[in-house]
Design a protein around this ligand. Structure first.
Ligand SMILES: [Cu+2]
Length: 133
């Protein structure tokens, strides 16, 4: 009986962990064309408050070729109020993909500005996300 209970406990922890990771990977992918450069952002839809989030930026030029040598960071702000500075730098992981992590520090509507410096010129696209408590 005790052995069964321990197995049941492990199963519950396992499924709880699966549910959590699944919730975090329900990412919404969006794209904007800025100055001929396609800036994509893949980030959690309805992200949880104070929970580490992954953000993946993709950059392609007008020919659809991945841009490999950009400097990329995000600037997370709330349109309704001033918040603390939240500007994570993204690391190039290959094929024009840049990855970073950060957490939302308040529930509500956020704007995620993607700033990509390509050949000395800054390009900026702004995406929206709602954060639930
Ligand atoms: Cu706020």
């Amino acid at each position: 009986m005790r052995r069964f209970c321990i197995l049941a406990l492990f199963a519950m922890v396992f499924f709880a962990a699966c549910g959590l990771s699944e919730a975090q990977t329900s990412a919404l992918r969006q794209e904007q064309v800025v100055d001929g450069i396609t800036i994509g952002l893949e980030a959690a839809d309805n992200a949880l408050l104070n929970t580490n989030q992954e953000f993946i930026v993709t950059l392609t030029d007008a020919d659809g070729t991945p841009i490999e040598d950009a400097s990329v960071y995000l600037d997370l702000t709330m349109p309704a109020m001033p918040m603390g500075v939240n500007r994570p730098v993204a690391i190039h992981t290959g094929e024009g993909r840049y990855r970073t992590n950060t957490a939302y520090t308040m529930s509500g509507d956020w704007e995620i500005a993607v700033i990509a410096e390509v050949a000395g010129v800054e390009h900026r696209a702004v995406f929206q996300r709602a954060v639930t408590e």
